[in-house]
Design a protein around this ligand. Sequence first.
Ligand code: DAH
Length: 334
Amino acid sequence: MMLDHVATALREALVRVEAASSTAELRAAETELLGKRGPFAQFKAQLGALASPADKRDGGRALNEATQRVSAALAARRADLAAAERAIQLEAERLDLTEVRIAPRRGHAHIVTQAWERLEDVFIGLGFQVAEGPEVETDWYNFEALNTPPNHPARSEHDTFYLDYGTPGSTLLRTHTSPVQIRVMQTLTPPIYMVMPGRVFRNETADATHLAVFHQIEGLVVDRGITLAHLAGTIEAFTKAFFGDGFTSRLRPSYFPFTEPSGEFDIRTPRGDWLEIGGCGMVHPNVIRAGGLDPEEWSGFAFGFGIDRMAKERHGVGDVREMYSNDLRFLEQF
Ligand code: DAH
């Protein structure tokens, strides 16, 4: 009789365990089934009242077996439910990082860098190579080798920043990119077709058209039989390549210690305005010599102009200081 009750209770218990749909429900079922008030505990209490020892033994064995099977079913169900719940939780907490749009905003090169790089591109297209020299120079490279000895009046136009290094006045921040001409001639054997962009420094108060730190690009050609016609042709080819077909150039006589004759070149816009761009000329024999070359064998032309100025004109910037104010509202326009 008792064995039938135990078997029925076991069947019901197993159904109950399988029916639990969460670990919380399962915990409740466990307390109900195996707890002190559960059916099996009650049967156990009744065992003592049984008359026959054989019934007691069989009943005890059936009860033990039943509670073990319920325990095993609970453990198995608990493992299944926990795995399912964990999967649900993981899915809920999943972060799809490919969906979160936190791509950084894309910036761009500064307009002076853009002009610098375009100038290099255009000159490379005309057959030039690119070289760079040091920003800290000696007086010799910056002036003397460029046919500008001490006390030369042209020096007063370069308000030079001198460094507190070596003999006073011997070390400075280069005032132009022209000293790189000397370094290039000392390093290479002609033919030389080179442009030399870089940063230059002058001890001046900044205004709408001047900065104490700015950029120039220098050009140097040294070859056999170079004439002023080559210079004019190169300036014209550069003008068309950089500004466009509607632009032309002209040379005006001028003076620089390192070129003879010297000129300044202007560019005519399609509207007919003339823009003063830079200086140029035939490399002075003293400069060729300072570069370690024989001016009887080699001749050349040189030019130099401001890069910031090109960016300013190209983008119609009214005041060069704006280009270095680091104001994003300005910079983001280009
Ligand atoms: N170095 C001159 C300056 O800074 C510019 C210049 C003029 C460079 C004539 C040249 C040149 O190479 O031939 O004002």
